[in-house]
Design a protein around this ligand. Structure first.
Ligand SMILES: [Zn+2]
Ligand SMILES: [Zn+2]
Length: 412
């Protein structure tokens, strides 16, 4: 008998314990677009659960089909896979083994929750109707991994094989401010439109002692930086939600040289399309007019690449209303927090935008409750000390995901 069981264990691939799997992902982080081992490991785990796995979609992306009973809808569920260029400083025994690379955004936790939830749903597949299409997404931190997958023709082929257009795109993100046991789930905007703009200000270089013979791009650039700050405060309606941050201002080489040009790099954020377009046109308007007022030898280059745009994430209010009772039942009303929308970016939005389907992402409290109680600053997402309470957050996250997917598969 023992011999037989041993043979059985060797023959049938057995999915890893989700916490062990989390620790493996955490110790083996990979940067955006390089998630080869991660994707391979995830594929192996999902195959062990009996899912039909397709790899290499939009780079390192994978899709996996989990079929319940025939009939019923298709639901898309996504987890992201990439890590960040951060040197880990948590001191955890399962810390990153890759110098300068760390799962500091919790995408390792998202994958572990997914495997745990899908494993449970696979075991219960006789009890539900429909199909789950799981998406293991690369390059979320670049804001273009989802788009890369959606533009790969194989994405549609897998959807077709699964049974067609999903009725909902669903995901979670861990939250570095809420304790395990609390969740934030808001209807409406959750994360922002993210645009990048580069401005090259052209002046006329010369001697620092003879500014009258030059057109100083540093002075022009400085004036542009200050005027950009009037877009949100003076040019948009009070209360409009938007921001313009100049993250880079590069010019010059030496104390006594006026350089020929200055370069600015901006991140520009909003929620709705109208505000977004207004921001972009005001940036152009301000830059060109300030340069003209200094008699710049040529107009500044204002470079904006639509291809680099990450759209805002909008939680479909009808679906939020439908899923809300699941969280209330499990956690209690008081533990369902309405956190304000973030100006961060999240390209999970691409699935609803490009497939024209509703989307919902919830935010899973992942901090050790004792740490929250203690007060004081908590390491945020992308911090080198971010260490979620994975042992409690993963089973809870998996349970919530499972319940939400079952509700999304249920017909009304
Ligand atoms: Zn992140
Ligand atoms: Zn993230």
């Amino acid at each position: 008998m023992r011999h037989f069981l041993l043979m059985l264990a060797l023959a049938a691939p057995v999915a890893a314990d989700p916490l062990e799997l989390y620790r493996w992902f955490h110790a083996h982080p990979e940067l955006s677009k390089k998630e080869t081992q991660t994707s391979q490991k995830l594929a192996q785990e999902l195959k062990a659960l009996g899912l039909e796995v397709e790899q290499g979609i939009g780079g390192t992306g994978l899709m996996a089909i989990l079929r319940g009973q025939p009939g019923g809808p298709v639901v898309l569920y996504r987890a992201d896979m990439d890590a960040l260029p951060v040197q880990e400083a948590t001191g955890l025994p399962y810390s990153s083994q890759v110098p300068g690379v760390m799962h500091a955004c919790g995408h390792d936790l998202h994958m572990a929750c997914a495997v745990a939830a899908l494993g449970e749903l696979a075991r219960k597949r006789k009890q539900w109707k429909g199909t789950i299409v799981f998406v293991g997404q690369p390059a979320e931190e670049l804001g273009n991994g989802a788009k890369g997958m959606l533009l790969d023709p194989r994405f549609q082929q897998v959807l077709h094989k699964a049974g067609g257009q999903p009725r909902l795109a669903f995901a979670l993100h861990d939250n570095a401010t809420l304790p395990v046991g609390q969740v934030s789930l808001n209807p409406g905007y959750v994360s922002a439109n993210v645009d990048s703009v580069d401005i090259i200000v052209h002046g006329l270089g010369g001697h620092g002692a003879h500014p009258d013979t030059t057109v100083d791009p540093i002075v022009m650039g400085s004036e542009i930086v200050m005027s950009l700050q009037t877009i949100v405060s003076r040019r948009l309606k009070p209360g409009a939600q938007a921001l313009v941050t100049v993250g880079k201002f590069a010019a010059g080489s030496k104390h006594n040289i006026i350089p020929p040009k200055a370069e600015l790099a901006l991140t520009v954020r909003s929620y709705d399309e109208k505000t977004r377009q207004r921001l972009l046109s005001e940036i152009r308007h301000i830059s060109q007019n300030i340069a003209a007022s200094y008699h710049a030898p040529k107009p500044p280059e204002v470079l904006h690449n639509e291809a680099d745009f990450t759209p805002s994430l909008y939680n479909n209010p009808d679906w939020v209303r439908r899923l809300r009772p699941i969280f209330v039942k499990k956690l209690g009303e008081q533990n369902l927090i309405m956190q304000p929308a973030s100006m961060g970016g999240e390209d999970f939005s691409e699935f609803s935008r490009r497939l024209k389907i509703p989307g919902v992402m919830f935010s899973l409290g992942a901090v050790d409750p004792a740490l929250v109680k203690k007060g004081g600053p908590l390491p945020g997402l992308h911090s080198d000390k971010f260490a979620p309470a994975a042992d409690t957050a993963i089973p809870l996250g998996a349970e919530l995901v499972q319940a939400c997917l079952l509700e999304a598969l249920r017909d009304r």
